[in-house]
Design a protein around this ligand. Structure first.
Ligand code: PLP
Length: 368
């Protein structure tokens, strides 16, 4: 890496891990006892489940595990799929196609509905045709494609799942949950995956997902036994019988972070994200930068994906940002060096912070 190394960021704008607030950091400063023994830990786990249920608009059980987002993605696939099971991956970006590859790697028969990376689902006929012809056991989709800055609409997908009696709808909501409505029950989502270090704004230590009653039935049938298996988490909040040593510090931080969102009120959080996103995009337009998502795509309020301007190589632009204390997200795969991301999610969905970031971007782009 050629860039200026930095341990902490004066102007943090990476789309996860995001800046962690003081109360969340404070949650680490206790010498907790054993989560296997103390009922206090199970109570904390249950209170965290309740907060997450509110953020997810669901009455489904939330599973909370030690790990980060990918753990939720893998555990849900491995716990419900067997070799030969059919999976329809509605894919509009790096994570959508990546999930298709993950399902293939565990032996599933996968078909994709391909959507360009800068678009969101609009061709519902193609999606419906895929479901009707392929008759999948599971449909997978990503709510916010973080590399692209886009947000897929999910209501209709839930309706199609019901119409065609597809057993499982799997949604990656890692970078949307908490920053934009995520109507898990209304959208009929069976497995809804989240991570702590995005909008929730806790360290990258905890992974969580909602599991519907239908998904629990399938998990029982499949009976996957691995370290990342979901089966052993069913009902652990009540029983206190965790499958392995619980990470009390991590859960305490996740509780503090979710408590902040619930106290703020979800509607207020959604509005805060929408407002900073609108401000950021208006400023970028004035600076003369263009956005990566196509005009017809839905953009996520949790981050903005920006085209690297012609004439300034990404490494140079990144170096200019860093010299002013700003760190944004670069990109991967086909978007590497072409698109950068401003992560205004969670604690970073802050008007003053985004203004500061835009000031730096303006200077960096206009610098000769
Ligand atoms: N899914 C999406 C949409 C993401 O943006 C990310 C992380 O950037 C992940 C999954 C994986 O999360 P983690 O990096 O916490 O494992």
């Amino acid at each position: 890496r050629k860039h200026l190394p930095m341990e902490t960021y004066p102007i943090p704008m990476v789309p996860g891990p995001v800046k962690v607030s003081e109360p969340v950091l404070q949650a680490y400063l206790t010498n907790y006892g054993s989560g296997d023994i103390e009922r206090d830990y199970a109570d904390l786990y249950q209170r965290t489940q309740l907060n997450l249920q509110e953020i997810y608009a669901t009455s489904n059980e939330m599973v909370i595990m030690t790990g980060e987002g990918m753990l939720a993605l893998w555990s849900a696939l491995k716990s419900t799929l067997q070799p030969g099971d059919r999976v329809l991956a509605v894919a509009s970006g790096m994570f959508g196609f990546g999930i298709a590859d993950m399902a293939r790697s565990i032996g599933a028969s996968v078909r994709t509905v391909d959507i360009p990376y800068n678009q969101t689902i609009t061709d519902w006929q193609a999606v419906e045709r895929g479901i009707a012809e392929f008759r999948p056991k599971m449909i997978t989709v990503v709510h916010c494609e973080t590399p692209s800055g886009t947000l897929n609409p999910l209501q209709r997908l839930g309706e199609l799942k019901e119409t065609y009696a597809v057993p499982l709808l799997y949604v990656d909501a890692v970078s949307s949950a908490g920053g934009t409505p995520l109507l898990t029950d209304q959208w009929k989502i069976d497995l809804c995956l989240g991570g702590a270090q995005k909008v929730v704004s806790a360290p990258a230590a905890m992974s969580f997902l909602s599991v519907s009653p239908r998904a629990w039935e399938i998990i029982e049938q499949v009976n996957y036994p691995g370290y990342d298996a979901l089966k052993a988490f069913h009902g652990v909040g009540e029983s206190g019988a965790f499958p392995y040593t619980p990470y009390w510090h991590g859960t305490a931080a996740l509780f503090a972070a979710t408590e902040a969102i619930v106290r703020e009120g979800l509607e207020n959080s959604f509005k805060r994200h929408a407002d900073v996103a609108a401000y950021c995009r208006a400023r970028l337009a004035r600076i003369g930068l263009t956005l990566y998502p196509a005009a017809s795509a839905v953009q996520s309020p949790t981050l903005t994906a920006v085209n690297v301007p012609e004439g300034i190589p990404w490494a140079e632009l990144d170096a200019r940002f860093r010299r002013q204390g700003l760190v944004v997200g670069g990109n991967y795969g086909p978007l590497a060096n072409k698109v950068f991301r401003i992560g205004h999610m969670g604690t970073q969905a802050n008007r003053a912070l985004v203004e500061q970031a835009c000031d730096v971007i303006e200077k960096a782009v206009q610098q000769g």
